[in-house]
Design a protein around this ligand. Structure first.
Ligand code: M6R
Length: 366
């Protein structure tokens, strides 16, 4: 049942090319000109009726939502708020019939997410579920559903669900941008072309696990790890940090790199591992100066960079490179080494990878 892998988590990490391909396929036009979401059939009037979108979810699905906020705002120019489901209901959110509520949930059964969805519906919002389980409670409760086609995810640590959620977020951004005409056609086509390459490129990032195994052995017994990044790299840093915490029990914190100076830098001391994501070209120089700050305090820095990067290696201790793609798509690749790092750190520490202590696959209590 584990297909020759020692754990479901590793199997599911390796299933990502297939899962992502399934989630994309039949949703993009043959000529790469548009995203086709037959399940939605939205039009300009429908989208123009929204003055705000909420994306609400928990855990990893929330992290996918953060990327979704970035995509939708950038591409479709509609304001998006992203919230943790257990917080959403208790802050009297401003929701009405001009709100689109998107909930993201692998299982479709997370009770906080379901409750947030019901509350938004009660307040008059239109609702969309992004879920991996056909016929789940959340799928049934929402007005519309876009499924991630990741296949069953068994390991508690979510991996292929996350990457397929990112795909759906991207498809939604492009779909809305196409309808609202908020993006040049050439840019839509360019991103769709890039998207077609992603499954193969995820496969490439999975080809050489040895350096990651080595890092996990070297740093797996550290008690604290920091993840830093800016923009989309920050969203991915949050996911990398959660993955490491939940299965290896290492205390990990993700920080927006520019926020370090506002407090966290006090914790950066000699030999502390810092995973620095530097894949975003638009904020590259700024990220680099933050990396120099942590290096100046003798942190051990593992950089995550695009294959064409020749700069980062001059400033950090190790670099893990991922294939070159558009900076909007690179989170789909950058997260993979972080998943592997969490996995091998857990192995180094002898943790029960698929069933981490105190955690359940689907959280049906509030
Ligand atoms: O099934 P859901 O996507 O609603 O689950 C949400 C979280 O419980 C889940 O992503 C959790 O954070 C994972 N264990 C993270 O790996």
């Amino acid at each position: 049942e584990k297909g020759g892998y020692e754990h479901f988590m590793l199997k599911e990490i390796h299933e990502q090319p297939k899962a992502v391909r399934a989630t994309i396929s039949s949703r993009i036009a043959k000529d790469n000109s548009a995203v086709v979401l037959d399940e939605l059939k939205w039009n300009k009037d429908f989208l123009n009726s929204f003055n705000r979108i909420f994306i609400v979810a928990c855990g990893t699905a929330y992290h996918a939502g953060l990327v979704g906020k970035y995509y939708i705002e950038k591409m479709a120019r509609i304001p998006v708020e992203c919230d943790i489901a257990s917080e959403f209901r208790y802050r009297s959110p401003i929701v009405d019939e001009n709100t689109l509520m998107i909930v993201v949930s692998q299982s479709g059964e997370t009770s906080d997410t379901l409750a947030a969805l019901k509350e938004a519906k009660r307040l008059g919002a239109k609702t969309l579920a992004v879920t991996n389980v056909v016929g789940s409670s959340i799928a049934r409760e929402a007005d519309q559903v876009v499924y991630t086609w990741a296949g069953p995810e068994i390991a508690v640590a979510s991996t292929k669900a996350y990457t397929t959620q990112l795909i759906v977020m991207l498809l939604l951004g492009l779909y809305m941008a196409g309808i609202r005409e908020t993006m040049p056609q050439e840019r839509i086509t360019e991103l769709i072309r890039g998207l077609r390459e992603i499954p193969t490129q995820i496969g490439q990032t999975l080809e050489d696990e040895d350096p990651i195994k080595t890092f996990a052995k070297q740093y797996g017994f550290n008690e604290d790890v920091f993840f830093i990044g800016r923009s989309l790299d920050y969203a991915v840093a949050l996911e990398g940090s959660l993955k490491l915490k939940e299965i290896s029990y290492i205390h990990a914190e993700a920080y927006a790199a520019g926020e370090l100076k506002h407090g966290t830098l006090a914790l950066i001391v000699d030999s502390i591992p810092v995973i620095a994501l530097a894949t975003q070209k638009s904020v590259y120089e700024k990220t680099l100066s933050n990396i120099k700050e942590v290096k100046a305090r003798d942190a051990v820095v593992i950089g995550i960079a695009s294959a064409d990067d020749t700069e980062l290696e001059k400033y950090v201790d190790h670099v893990i490179k991922v294939p070159e793609t558009d900076e909007l798509l690179i989170p789909l690749l950058a997260v993979v080494p972080l998943q592997l790092l969490a996995y091998y750190a857990a192995i180094t520490r002898g943790c029960d990878v698929d069933k981490p202590r105190n955690l359940a696959k689907s959280v049906t209590v509030e």
